[in-house]
Write a protein that binds this ligand. Structure first.
Ligand SMILES: *Cc1c(COP(=O)(O)O)cnc(C)c1O
Length: 476
């Protein structure tokens, strides 16, 4: 048996997570009180992540604002923390915006990027002076009409897409095509134009994926647009480059590489599967060869968070001018809307073992008191090793055992992790499994109540109260 039989993917875990994962007494009490699963959250790393972005902006002397993309986690604790530490929140629905306003967020530090905006939402934003990012002409007309009703002239942002990258246009269903935006700003927005109540403030874009090069290209193209407008006497106050700044979840690039090598072998039938049903995680097989790209987040990467931002700001255009100096020269404020990366290290999910069984193929299946929607993202798998927390002394021999974790939905596909995970022994009923770093998207974005199971309990560690847990409610 070689050591890479089921290659590990060791997560980066912060000290507060390690403390909790070593504290069986606390975890047992939490299960007794709240059932399983439980999301535990801590806002301290959230603040540190914000400060890291701030210091990169400061190094480049760039005027900036950071907006936390709320959709990545529903807990109010993050809105409260953003408020407390002086940064903003990006909202995407009536409820998200209303809750932020009720919690006392400064409207200047809120932005509304909702993909669909009805009149009620537009009214809420305009009544409170919240910046609206416009996506299409119907929205321009709606905001113009509501502004007329209210007798105001709101500043708006225009969402831009269709950037050129390597000779091709980057497709997006969002925003206005960059080639049409100059005319929109000069001939349609503003006094005596189609939308006379609107005042142009700046641009916004958010790109799919995680490419630094694409973001850099989009930023330079937006800066060029701003330059053209300046020549016509129209100032661009800000450019918001959205989110998608990377998070690094894993501690070893070698482990990451080994995993993909072994998966490749398994898909070609050269070794036993290391994913449930030999799941290809997005690859396809063509005449015995593995083709395509995996459909998973780049859980291991070497340019997370501040380094990602620094690479954008330091990048140069054809004239050799950096993005940071162009931005500064034009007195533009640069804005970002990170979701996932601000939530790095802020949450983990605990689940309780309900049963163990061997399936027809001889795999150990460990049933957890949770369902897959409670740890789910758009990736084909969450490629991070969970931590096994034995809660009692075991009659099981300490024989390393590889298992799949299964969930409570009546679906063959309710497999919590597609990867087979090597544990030091088979778990006992009542043992705990801790999934680290789940606060970004994994907890809430896809959570459903298909069998009327309650939503996961969310608990926030209040560091001032010495490890006391505060129940965080977002559902009502
Ligand atoms: C989803 C989204 C974000 C956040 O993206 P992350 O990848 O979580 O950083 C920011 N802005 C907009 C408009 C979005 O749709």
């Amino acid at each position: 048996m070689s050591t890479i039989q089921f290659p590990p993917l060791t997560p980066i875990t912060s000290p507060w997570m390690k403390d909790l994962m070593e504290n069986k007494k606390v975890v047992r009490e939490l299960f007794e009180q709240y059932g399983s699963p439980i999301n535990v959250l801590n806002t301290k790393p959230f603040r540190d992540n914000y400060k890291a972005y701030r210091s990169v902006f400061e190094t480049h002397n760039v005027q900036h604002q950071v907006f936390f993309a709320r959709k990545a986690n529903k807990c109010r604790a993050f809105v409260k923390a953003a408020n407390h530490h002086g940064f903003g929140v990006d909202t995407a629905s009536f409820e998200e915006l209303e809750q932020c306003l009720q919690m006392g967020c400064d409207p200047d530090k809120l932005v509304l990027t909702a993909a669909v905006k009805n009149e009620q939402l537009v009214r809420l934003a305009l009544n409170n002076g919240v910046l609206i990012v416009l996506d299409n002409k119907d929205e321009c007309a709606l905001v113009n009409r509501v502004a007329d009703d209210l007798g105001i002239k709101p500043t708006v942002a225009i969402r831009v897409s269709g950037f050129n990258f390597n000779g091709q246009k980057l497709y997006s269903r969002f925003g206005f095509d960059i080639e049409k935006v100059e005319k929109l700003v000069t001939h349609q927005v503003g006094p005596n134009h189609t939308y006379p109540n609107l005042r142009f403030g700046g641009f916004h874009f958010h790109l799919d994926g995680y490419s630094i090069q694409q973001r850099t290209a989009a930023l330079f193209q937006t800066l060029r647009l701003a330059q053209k407008l300046k020549q016509k006497g129209i100032d661009t106050s800000f450019i918001d480059i959205g989110g998608g700044l990377l998070t690094n979840y894993l501690s070893s690039g070698d482990e990451w590489q080994t995993f993909w090598n072994e998966l490749n072998k398994a898909l070609q039938g050269e070794r036993e599967p290391l994913t449930f049903g030999n799941n290809a995680l997005g690859f396809t097989m063509h005449q015995g060869e593995v083709k395509g790209e995996p459909n998973v987040y780049p859980y291991y990467n070497e340019t997370p968070k501040g380094q990602f931002l620094d690479r954008i700001l330091s990048s140069k255009n054809e004239q050799g001018v950096t993005a940071a100096s162009s931005i500064n020269e034009m007195e533009i404020e640069l804005r970002i809307e990170p979701g996932r990366s601000l939530l790095d290290q802020t949450g983990l999910t605990l689940a309780k073992v309900a049963h163990r069984k061997k399936d027809q193929r001889g795999n150990w299946l460990v049933g957890l008191e949770m369902n897959r929607s409670q740890l789910f993202s758009s990736s084909d798998d969450f490629l991070i090793d969970p931590t096994f927390m034995p809660m009692q002394s075991s009659g099981q021999p300490r024989v390393p055992t590889a298992v799949y974790f299964t969930g409570a939905y009546c679906l063959e596909g309710d497999i919590i992790l597609k990867r087979k995970i090597m544990l030091p022994r088979l778990p006992e009923i009542g043992d705990a499994i801790a999934f680290p770093n789940t606060a970004g998207y994994m907890m809430h974005f896809y959570e459903t109540r298909s069998h009327l199971h309650p939503f996961t309990t969310n608990l926030v560690i209040d560091s001032n109260l010495n490890g006391e847990f505060i129940l965080n409610q977002f559902e009502e």
